[in-house]
Design a binder for this molecule. Structure first.
Ligand SMILES: NC(=O)c1ccc[n+]([C@@H]2O[C@H](COP(=O)([O-])OP(=O)(O)OC[C@H]3O[C@@H](n4cnc5c(N)ncnc54)[C@H](OP(=O)(O)O)[C@@H]3O)[C@@H](O)[C@H]2O)c1
Length: 255
């Protein structure tokens, strides 16, 4: 696919970019500074992409970038959610602008665009319920607003998927193409965290489920490169992906 990538200079975005090229996609990086991106990437990789300078809060500029570049898919790793429930970040503004641009561009094109975005483990459901994990441990709550915006979209307006990782750390700072990872593929499933371990502590009144979650959470630590690989590989499925219209929980195959 031809992919507009936002957040390409960030921890995850800089790994998604070479993963997209490895999977045969064409990359247009929408960044605030092409120089910053160039300084991060090997020259051989930077030469394979196009850059467009712009801000991720500018609906019209993003829409124009999608339409003028004839992109079929948009991936965003731009902006970072605030951790504390009382803290604020630019993410809601960024997310709202990107989603609006993707929707409008799809309307003008006459077909929905494929869209991958980022949430966190907290917006996945506690297994067997419709309660988000962040209802029990209230961190990174801004992702909840973003999920709400996705679920309010009219049917067939955006073919979205939201990847919901736990803590991600780098495996390496090698951004060459083709990408290599020694960590293996992630196991992914819609809406819930895969391989959740139920523990007896969940029966402790009031705090039981929160304790169970705190114990489970570190099992969902993954490498940035594994998450980048998942998105790039899934985009090969185009609009037929099993993850269209859902949040996506992931765990390392080794956990
Ligand atoms: N890291 C984790 O462990 C983790 C876990 C779960 C979920 N997530 C989510 O994953 C996403 C990516 O995380 P990350 O660690 O890769 O973040 P990051 O390294 O801080 O990268 C953020 C990216 O957003 C770009 N950006 C910020 N404001 C922008 C704006 N107004 N216009 C254009 N670009 C803008 C930054 O560009 P500049 O270089 O121009 O500043 C940068 O490329 C976030 O939504 C985060 O909440 C992360």
């Amino acid at each position: 696919m031809k992919v507009l990538l936002l957040g390409a200079t960030g921890n995850l975005g800089s790994r998604i970019l070479p993963a997209l090229l490895t999977h045969g996609h064409t990359v247009v990086a929408y960044v605030r500074s092409a120089q910053k991106l160039q300084s991060l990437l090997p020259e051989s990789v930077f030469r394979q992409i196009t850059t467009i300078k712009g801000d991720a809060t500018d609906v019209n500029a993003i829409k124009t970038a999608i339409l003028d570049s004839k992109c079929d898919a948009i991936v965003t790793a731009a902006g970072v959610a605030a951790m504390a429930p009382w803290a604020k970040s630019d993410l809601p503004k960024i997310f709202q602008a990107i989603l609006q641009a993707v929707r409008q561009a799809g309307e003008e094109r006459g077909q929905p665009l494929r869209f991958w975005c980022l949430g966190g483990t907290g917006v996945l459901y506690y297994p067997g319920t419709q309660s988000m994990l962040s209802s029990y441990i209230p961190v990174f709550l801004e992702h909840r607003q973003n999920v709400a915006l996705l679920r309010e979209l009219p049917p067939n307006s955006v073919d979205w998927s939201m990847l919901c990782p736990g803590n991600m750390t780098p495996e390496s700072s090698d951004f060459n193409v083709p990408t290599k990872t020694s960590q293996g593929k992630l196991i992914a499933q819609a809406a819930n965290p895969p391989s959740w371990q139920h523990l007896w502590v969940r029966f402790i009144p009031v705090i039981g489920k929160s304790i169970e979650m705190a114990i489970n959470f570190s099992r969902y630590d993954t490498k940035l490169e594994q998450n980048a690989e998942l998105i790039a590989a899934d985009l090969e499925e185009g609009h037929d992906s099993r993850f269209v219209g859902t949040t996506v929980g992931i765990i390392s195959g080794s956990k």
